[in-house]
Design a protein around this ligand. Sequence first.
Ligand SMILES: [Zn+2]
Length: 185
Amino acid sequence: MNAEAKGVGLRGILKYIKLNHEPGISSLLSRLADPEKKIFESPILTSKWYPYSAFAGLLKIMDEEMGGGDLRLCRKYGESAGSLDLSSIFKIFLKVGSPQFIIKRSDWFWKQYYRPGGMEVPETSDTMVRIRIKDFPMVKQHCMVMEGWMEKSLLMSGAKNPRMKEVQCRNEGAPFCEYIGEWDK
Ligand SMILES: [Zn+2]
């Protein structure tokens, strides 16, 4: 199965670029490879699936053009996206939210945005979580987006001072990307 990302994720990045990149979006899109460039020539539909290369390509160019290519902007973008996603689309969950409530649903969250692959939680307690993203060819820029996204979602579900860190990465030869999140009691 080819890796795909839902349009809602692509639209999130486009919106972030529009809001934060003064030179505008067209110069940035023009740097994409042709097949990806073509995808952005039509309106991106929220619930349609797109090739993952479009998502990954856009992230990479955003990181280079707006952040100097050191991945820090990707993490920052993840925090911003986490905040938006959780406060709007997933508001209903957060009303009864707790870190564990959201951790239990992490695989469901993944499947709203990407396919194939999934999230797995081999270990968690009331102040930590170990979480894995499996069976998906995630690019490093995206690994950092997820780090920021998950940290923010812990914060928004009531975790105090959360810290999320990728400790193993598929891009560095590990069988999956693994993150450890910790927070204060
Ligand atoms: Zn990774």
